[in-house]
Structure formats: C-alpha cells, structure tokens
Design a protein around this ligand. Structure first.
Ligand SMILES: [Zn+2]
Length: 1143
C-alpha cells in the first residue's frame, strides 16, 4: 500500500505551505552590507552599540584626584627622581607640552561602593600622546596610547582589590609625542612646539557584554569584507550581522546577550567559554597561519633614541599584561640594544620580561644588536651585529636566537646567509621586498642562498606586513597571497601595532579567538594558530619541505626596488659609519698586538670593555632608519655625537696601544711632527707605498724638510714617500725609488690641464675630463666626444623624500664644469690642480691629484686619480654625482658588498634590470671588459650606478622630509678613479680600495729610535699563497679575561674576496706561541677540531715565522680562527719585541 503525505494548509514549521501571499525575503545585498557601518559610532552613536559600551563614567574631583609635575626641558627623570618633586593639582582638559617633554601624574581614585558588583572598573586616561602606568612602587604596568587612531589604548584595568577597598593610587608618566612622534602617519619634520591636552581622566565601568558584542560584530564585518559574496560563510556572517542590528535595542540591555547569541551562529555555540582552549579544537595541527605577537619599535626614526627607550618600556609592559589575560599570547621582539636599555632604565620591568622569557612566552628574536640596515654596514659590522646580539641574549637569558629578523631593512646583502649561519641561526624573516615599486618578488617561502653558497630558510610573510591587525583579511592573505603554496602552505602572521611601538591590543587577541572559533567549523578561511614560536614555525616548514628541497632558491642579494636614495642621504652619517668601522678595525689590531708584544715594562691591558662600548655605538647607528638617513634631524644630532665619541675614544685607545708597542709617546706626524723621524703604521695586510702630507713645524722642521722629496708651494708642508713595500706593519719615510712613477702637471695657463706620469694621464679641458689615457698601453679610456665630471639631477621622488631617488631623476641630467682651475702641486711625488665651482647656492672646491705611487704594489698596477671635495651644500631636492664615461663594454658592473662583491646589470633588458638604476656599493664600483677596467673608489659614499658605459658615484642629496635640513652645510669627502690592466677579477681593485680606506697611521718618533726596515718587520700573522684571501680582523677573544688570568686567545677573521677557491698558509710569528688553533663561528664557540700546524721551512723562517696553518676557502667564504696561546707565551710586558720593533 502506497503511503500518503498529509497536506496541511497552515504555516507549520518544517512543512512547505501551499499558499503564499507574502512578499518574500529577498534582500538588497549592497544596502544590507552598507547598513553595517551604522552600528558602531558615527551618526547614530547615541542609539547604536556605542551608546551602551559604558555603564558608569565619573570624572569629578570627588572620584578622580589628579596631580601633575612637568620635568624641566627635555629631561627624562626616573620614577624615583620624579616622586621627589612637588606636584600641583590638575584636571581634565589641561594642556601640556611642548613636544617631547615628560610629565608625571599622581592619580588617586575613589570607587563608589556599589561598583563592587561589576566585573571590571577601569581608569581611562587619554593625554592625546603616549603614557605609561606605574604602580606606586615604581613598577611599569603598561603603556597608554592616546588620541583617536587605530592604535588607541587608554584603559587601565584597576585590580580587583581596588574595587574592594574603594580607593586606589597609581602614577602615570606622559610624554608629549604620539606613537609616530609628532605625526599621524606623515613624514614631515616634527613640530617642535606641539601641546597635547588631557582628553580623558575618567573612572569608568565598561559594559563587558557590549564590548564583546563590538568585537563579535567587527569580526563578522571582516569576514564579509574578506570572503567573496559567493561564499556560504560570508553569507552566514552577513545574515548574522544584519540580524544583530535588528535585534539590538539600546533601551533594553538584555538585547546585547541576544545579539551575542546570534554571533555564536557563526563562531560556534559556547566558543567564548573555551577561552584559549579554542586553539586546541578543530584543525590544530594543520593550522595554515601561525600568529605571533610583535611590536616593531624603530630604534630611532620620527623620534630620537631617548623616546625609543620609553616606547620599549610601554610596549613590552603592555604585552606582559596581555599575557596574564590571554595565555595563548606569544610575543617576539628583536634588538638586544632595546633589552639593554630596559635593563638599565627600567630594572623592575626587565625582571618581569626576563621571567616571561624564561617561561617561554616572550621570545627574543633576530640575534642582532639592532634591526640594522643590511646594505651599508661592513662585513665585520654585520658580524658584530650578530655577535653583540647573541652574546647579550646568552648572557642575560641563557638563550641564543635561531631566527634572524630584519622585517624592515631596505634591501639585504647576499653576505647575510653566511653570517646568519655563522652566528648560530638557521632561519631568516623579512617582509620588506613586498615594498618593491617595480617588480613583485616571486617567493614567500624559499631557500635564500648567499654569495658564498650558504643557505638559510627564508620566510617573507605573504601577509606583507610586520604590523598586521590580526583581521580576517590578514589571515586570508596569508594563504591567498602565498606564492609557494605548492611547497609549503604555512604563513606567519606577525601582528601588533608597530614602527612607533604599541604592539598587539586586546582587541586583536579577541579577534583571533573568534576567527579560530569560526574556522573550527568552516573551511573558507585558513585556520590560525597561537601559542607557538617563530622558530617552531620554521621547524615545521623544514619538515614540510623535505628540509628545503621542495622549495625554490633565491641566489644573492635581496635587492629592494625602493628607497634607493638611502645609500646617499645624510652624508655625515655614511662617513661616520665608514670611518668608525675602520677605526674599530685598526684599534682592535693595534690593541691586540700591544697586548701580545707590549714594550718591556708595559702594563698594557687589552681595553675590552671600552672597545665593546664603542662598538655598541657604531652598531646602534647601523639602525635601519639611522644609517640610511631617513630619520628626523634630532636623530642625526645624537648619531653625530655618538660617532664623535667613537672617534675620540678610539683615537685615545690607539695612542695607548702605540705607546705600549713603541715604549714611548709618539705624535701624529700629520698634525704635530715632534721630530724629523717619521714612521707609518700599516694596519692592512697589504704591502704599500703612500704619499703623505706633513707640516714643517717644531725644532726638527729643517731636518724633516731635508728628508722629504717635495715641498708644497708655500713651503709650509712637505710630501713624504712612505715605503712599506715589503708588506710589514711599519712604513718608513724614504726618497724616491727607481720604480716610482714621478708625476707632473701641464697647463696652457687657462683651460687645459694635464696630470700625468709614465702610466696614466688625465686631461681636464674646459672644465670637463676629456681624456683618461693609459700611457703604457696607449689606450684612451674616455669615448670620443664624451666627458666626465660632476653632474647634477633634479631629485623629486614620488613620496618618501629622504628614502627615494626615482628613476625619472636620470631624465634631468645637467653636467657641471670645473671652474677657476689652477695648478696646486707640480710633482714629482704629487701633482694636483685645484678647481672651484659655484652651483646655485653651493660652492664646490675640488683637488684633483695624481701621486707617484700606484693604487697597490701589484705588478702592473696603475695609480689612481684622486678627487678630494669640500662642498658647501645648500641645494634642495637636487642630486650631485660624479660620472666617468668609459670606452669599456660590459653587461654588468661590479660593486663591493660586505665580504665580497655583487654584479648588477648596466642595461635595461627587463624590468628587473632597470629597477637597479641606483645601487649600493662599499669601497669600490668597477666596470671591466676583457683586458681592462676602471674602478671608482670611495672612502665614505655608498651610492653608485652604471648605465651603459657611464660609471657614477652618488655624492650628495638634499631631501626635506623627515629632516628639513638634510645635508645642508659643509661636507668633506673623496673618491678616486683607478684604471687597471686586466678584468676586475684579475685586478688589484679590492686591495687598492682597501688601502684607499685605511690610511697609514703616520707617527713622529724620537730620533734615537731606529727601526730596522724590511725583513724583520713582518706582520705577526700573514696570509701567503693566494692574494684573494684577506685577513680582515685581528682581535682578542670575546671570552678572554684580559687582565691576564685564564686562557689568552687571539681571533682572526679572514675572507675570500674575489669569488673563487683558495688555499693559503696562515703564517704565525715565532714570537706568538700558539697552543691550539680551531676554526670557530662568529660566536667563538670552542670545538674539538683542532687545526694542524706545520713548521715553516728554514728559508721562510727568516721572515720570523715559525709555523703555519693551511686553510682552504670556497668563493666568498668567511673563516674565523681562534688561537689559544700557550702558557709559555709571554705575560703582558715580557715579549720578544725584536719581532716587532727594534730600538
Ligand atoms: Zn622600521
């Protein structure tokens, strides 16, 4: 028997009615979506959700008592100092300033007894600027960010005992700057006279349910914005959000709960009660997006270092506070310098941070001293970033970082992978290449292979930011924007307000819980996980990609196609960096030698801590908005002071080392020739000859004059030829050698000048360089009809003024002519002309010279043409360069990069080629073809380019944001043009550039001191057998007890500089008794792989070397050798000095 269905005619649920007389539920999707914006704030804020966010609010003097004390000037007293001051009564609305000043508040609140019933009572403090809450015992509790931006965080949740007691006291420090200094997102110079008014100082009871509904609603809106309209989840969220607006009634508090129930339809029933356990449900193991809290605090940018110190305390205390309330919260934070500031300035907070680190919730990351610029620091400078960072983290927390972290650096040298590995790290995180303004970088998770072949696992988050807001959109982008999803479907969500600090807000953690709850039931958004570390994220990728084998590789530098002006902006800082790095190198070499070979009776002690203090200053200024020249003027006042301190301290320490080495005081012969006896100390590993200028002064002037080959025109100074051609550490003054190349100058008396010797000849005609001739080869290097010289460009980038030079600047090239050229020196040691030119409001004085010695002692070397500039620079938005067109054809030019070189195109075949229209180089840039090449050497500039056959060095820019006075005023700098026989790879360019940057330390020594020039003067350590390995660093071990007890070690760092294999002998002086030698990492860790020694053959021993270590190098390899000196090695002051200096 067939069954029947009953037909009902009424609207019974579950049955489909026959008749329908209603209009139906069709909606206008766009209007419904548009309606969502009416529910929070805005025009309807007195009746929408915003109207019920607080149950009570009180700001009357009976409940809130405020007192304030303003610190004088820009002073920044400690809590203890501030508490001793006399405070004055204050109230809401008071205006405080000017910019950057500090104000301390004592706050006493009285809480009405009936408020005890509420779950939470808050004090809402909005000074319009940044502030920090302290307990009355001086413990920083958390930061406050006033104002109206998305970063606003103004509530201080009073502890439960305060509610019970009915009264409570605490302290606030407010500082008159916002998260972005004086900015709301712009980059204009700061207003130095800004005042902030106290907008809120209220005792409030928040409506907790209403706040949660606010977060519910916002997450629903994010889902709607993120997912396509065809997505069921998106529709579900839109229906729920619409229904919430319908059900909500500001007159009926019970509707808030009903609305939250509606939201549960999307997040899952009972999701909130699960708290952080929500992350344990659903697809925990397979989570695609891993959340990590972060707070990018620029160590200086639109605010000075002193403001950063406060930002660190505010932001980090806020995170500790959040960890107490959200157990899943993990926070990764870089920069040992910032931890050290906290340790020094906020010791109580430092202890709280340390406890969270040991608990595994607060994660030091990056292993570096600061988040440094990664284009301009030297190889050793980059190494020290990691050494100082890792050593700090190890010493304070017993940990070393595994992940290098430079999310915001403006391009990353291909030297980094090797240095990252050598510093004990395996992984690298950045996101900056998402800022490329020409090409889209093709990878997110890849093997980054450095110039030497070392690889690190790199993740460049597809979320494209280090300051994500933890929205549905951010999470979705982690997968939809992931370019290597075929190999790895994981993305890192680095969330929290940044640049000026702040970090994650409670709302972000609430957001993430809701989103995770949603994806526990729906698959349309990728699930986000919390509670793990960045290291664990990378470990998962290693597992997922067969140890990286399933990933693409990127070889060489991560060139940022943006911010190309930062190689030039703020010339004084570039110069401060280069000179300081070289000073530190020289200081460490001399101090090490003084500590090993100190003169008899010398009680010299290696000044380890003073050296480290200076290094910390150099490393601090490596920061990625300081060295690039992209910070406000205040920062450069501070940075120039730091460089001046390094120079003063370094010079004093070098004098002390010389005194210990020589056994008597010497003076700098370039300024005070105290005797007629001049020596030069060569800190480079290369033989050399130099022409140095010394004044004739003091009682020995006549004797000095008699010893010098050439005198200046006015007779006040002379030129000494310093010879160190045997390659020892000491260079002595001598007469002209037969193998020198005397120079001369020719002029027609007006507009034609020729500097020449028997190797090269430079012609300046009508203010331009018209000829550069290799005399021996009879080869003209400047193409017919072209000229070299100074050149100026309009420099108006599209937005980021100090950061960017844009490709269109090249369309406005304007050659400048040398004017008023006169002969300055006529030879035979030095020939020079003086040129002066006035351009706009600027004056450029240039000495162009040629010396009788070559750029290096290599066979067939050529001398360089030196350009010494003094510029009074008063242009705005113009770019000064020097260019030389060359009769040389090559598709690539070669530029020095840390511990190696990099080649970049000279053409514009592809957009990737044309993007490199302005590039970073260190001591040289070179254009070579088979048989010949020409390099530009630089002693303080980092910007270069080569377009076709025109090689350029960038000299001065003049942006006006964020520093209105950038580069205005006096500049002294030099560059040189070095022709060379043979291709770059066969040339002496790296050596000549090294010598050009490391002038002799010229000393005047007493007459009774006799130096045995030549064979007995050998360096204590010498690399023999291959000229492509350079001994860069000689220092005492970082773990040495320099007072003389415990093991004594010497650390040598060498690198292969040309890009090929090498096997060398590291020769060790007989007077250094080495007990053990190992190859170690940057952190100088001990290991059991001892290197063998070989006794040197008799004939070689005459050089004073007893043993050597054989070392093999691969292309651009960096090797650190640690020598443990034997107990038989002389104590300080008991050394065989014969190896060194003979008196
Ligand atoms: Zn930054």
């Amino acid at each position: 028997m067939a069954s029947h269905r009953h037909h009902h005619h009424g609207p019974t649920s579950g049955e489909y009615p026959v008749l329908n007389l209603k209009p139906g539920a069709k909606w206008s999707r766009g209007l419904t979506q548009g309606r969502l914006g009416t529910f929070i704030g805005g025009h309807f804020s007195d009746i929408n959700l915003t109207s019920v966010l607080y149950v009570h609010r009180s700001d009357d003097p009976e409940h809130v008592k405020l007192e304030v004390w303003s610190a004088p000037g820009l002073s920044k007293p400690t809590f203890e100092e501030a508490m001793k001051q006399t405070f004055k009564p204050a109230k809401k609305g008071i205006s405080l300033g000017p910019s950057w000043t500090n104000h301390w508040w004592k706050v006493a609140v009285k809480i009405p007894a009936y408020w005890f019933q509420y779950e939470r009572v808050q004090f809402e403090f909005d000074p319009g600027c940044e502030a920090m809450i302290f307990s009355t015992d001086g413990t920083p509790l958390h930061g406050i960010t006033g104002g109206f931006g998305g970063e606003r965080r103004v509530e201080y949740i009073l502890p439960p005992e305060a509610r019970k007691a009915g009264h409570y006291e605490f302290v606030i420090e407010s500082t008159c700057n916002g998260l972005f200094g004086m900015q709301g997102g712009g980059i204009s110079p700061p207003d130095m006279n800004r005042y902030f008014s106290l907008a809120s100082a209220d005792l409030v009871v928040p409506n907790e349910d209403a706040w949660h509904l606010l977060w519910d609603f916002k997450v629903l809106c994010q889902i709607i914005e993120t997912l396509p309209g065809s997505s069921p989840l998106e529709n579900k969220a839109l229906v729920a959000a619409n229904e919430i607006i319908n059900v909500f009634d500001h007159r009926d508090p019970s509707t808030v709960g009903k609305c939250r129930k509606i939201a549960e339809g999307v997040f899952g029933e009972g999701w909130q009660a699960k708290g952080e356990k929500i992350y344990e449900e659903g697809m925990h193991k397979e989570s695609l997006v891993w959340g990590i809290g972060h707070c990018h605090i620029d160590t200086a940018w639109l605010w000075p270092f002193s403001a950063t110190q406060q930002k660190v305390a505010r932001s980090w205390s806020t995170q500790i506070d959040l960890m107490e309330r959200y157990p899943e919260h993990r926070f990764a934070c870089s920069s040992a310098q910032q931890y050290k500031w906290l340790e020094q300035l906020y010791p109580k907070l430092f202890e709280r941070v340390k406890a969270k680190i040991l608990e595994g919730k607060f994660h030091p990351i990056g292993g570096s001293w600061v988040e440094n610029d990664a284009n301009m620091p030297s190889g050793e400078g980059l190494a020290r970033q990691f050494i100082f960072g890792q050593r700090y983290f190890q010493s304070r927390f017993g940990i070393r970082c595994k992940t290098a972290w430079l999310p915001d650096s403006f391009g990353l040298t291909g030297a980094l992978p090797q240095l990252i590995r050598l510093a004990g790290m395996d992984y690298f995180f950045t996101q900056k290449l998402s800022w490329n303004n020409i090409n889209v970088f093709p990878h997110n998770t890849f093997n980054w292979v450095g110039i030497d072949g070392t690889q690190v696992l790199c993740h460049m988050t597809p979320v494209d930011t280090y300051g994500a807001q933890a929205t549905a959109g951010d999470i979705n982008k982690g997968i939809t924007n992931h370019k290597n999803i075929e190999s790895s479907d994981k993305a890192l969500l680095v969330f929290g307000n940044g640049d000026g600090g702040g970090g994650p807000l409670p709302a972000m953690l609430e957001n993430l819980r809701r989103l995770r709850a949603t994806t526990n039931n729906a698959r349309e958004l990728p699930p986000v996980s919390m509670g793990q570390s960045v290291d664990e994220f990378f470990e998962t990728i290693v597992d997922q990609t067969k140890a990286g084998n399933a990933l693409p590789n990127w070889h060489g530098e991560l060139y940022l196609e943006f911010h190309r002006g930062t190689y030039t902006s703020h010339g004084s800082i570039k110069k401060g960096n280069r000179k300081s790095e070289i000073l530190m190198r020289d200081l460490e070499i001399l101090a090490t030698l003084a500590s090993l070979f100190g003169h008899k009776g010398s009680d010299y002690v290696y000044p380890q801590s003073r050296i480290n203090d200076s290094w910390e200053k150099v490393l601090l200024c490596h920061f990625h908005d300081v060295l690039p020249g992209s910070a406000i003027g205040m920062v450069y006042e501070d940075a120039e002071k730091l460089y001046a301190q390094v120079k003063k301290e370094g010079s004093e320490l070098i004098e002390e080392a010389f005194k210990a080495i020589f056994g008597f005081s010497s003076s700098d012969a370039r300024t005070q020739p105290a005797s007629g006896n001049i020596v030069g100390f060569n800190t480079t590993p290369f033989p050399r000859r130099d022409v140095v200028k010394v004044p004739f002064a003091g009682p020995h002037a006549a004797k000095l004059r008699s010893r010098l080959v050439q005198t200046t025109k006015d007779g006040k100074e002379g030129y000494a030829l310093m010879d160190c051609s045997a390659g020892g550490p000491l260079s002595s003054s001598s007469g002209m050698f037969a193998d020198c190349h005397p120079v001369s100058v020719y002029t027609n008396g007006s507009d034609h000048f020729v500097l020449k010797n028997d190797l090269v000849q430079l012609t300046i005609s009508q203010g331009r360089i018209t000829s550069l001739l290799d005399v021996q080869l009879e080869r003209e290097l400047i193409p017919e009809g072209e000229t070299g010289g100074l050149v100026i460009f309009d420099d108006t980038p599209n937005f980021w003024d100090a950061w960017d030079v844009e490709i269109h600047h090249l369309e406005t090239r304007q050659p400048l002519k040398f004017e008023n050229v006169t002969v300055l020196e006529e030879g035979p040691l030095r020939a020079a002309v003086l040129a002066q030119l006035v351009y706009g409001k600027s004056i450029i004085v240039l000495i162009i010279s040629l010396n009788a010695v070559n750029g290096s002692m290599r066979q067939g070397a050529r001398p360089y043409l030196n350009f010494e500039a003094h510029v009074e620079w008063h242009q705005r938005h113009e770019f000064l360069k020097f260019e030389i067109p060359l009769n040389i054809q090559s598709d690539v030019a070669t530029y020095e990069t840390p511990f190696g070189h990099v080649q970049r195109p000279t053409h514009k075949n592809t957009t990737w080629d044309l993007a490199k229209f302005e590039v970073c180089g260190h001591k040289f840039a070179d254009l070579s073809e088979f048989g010949y090449g020409v390099a530009i050497l630089s002693e303080s500039k980092y910007g270069f380019s080569c377009h076709g056959n025109v090689l350029r060095i960038s000299l001065l820019r003049a942006a006006t944001e964020p520093d209105a006075e950038q580069d205005q005023g006096s500049h002294d700098f030099s560059w040189a043009v070095l022709p060379h026989v043979g291709h770059f790879l066969e040339s002496d360019v790296p050596i000549a550039a090294y010598l050009y940057n490391s002038p002799l330390h010229v000393r005047s020594v007493p007459d009774d001191v006799k130096f045995q020039a030549g064979s007995t003067h050998r360096p204590a350590f010498l690399v023999a057998g291959a000229h492509n390995v350079i001994l860069e660093t000689i220092k005492r071990g970082d773990d040495d007890d320099v007072s003389g007890h415990g093991p004594k070690t010497v650390v040598l760092r060498l690198y292969e500089a040309y890009g090929g294999h090498a096997t060398v002998k590291l020769l060790i002086s007989a007077s250094v008794e080495v007990e053990k030698a190992i190859i170690t990492n940057l952190l100088e860790d001990d290991n059991k792989d001892e290197l063998g020694f070989t006794a040197v053959a008799e004939e070689e021993a005459t050089g004073g070397y007893s043993h050597y270590i054989k070392l093999s190098f691969r292309r651009f390899e960096v090797k650190t050798i640690k020598l443990t000196l034997g107990s038989g090695t002389k104590k300080e002051g008991e050394t065989k000095r014969e190896s060194w200096v003979s008196v």
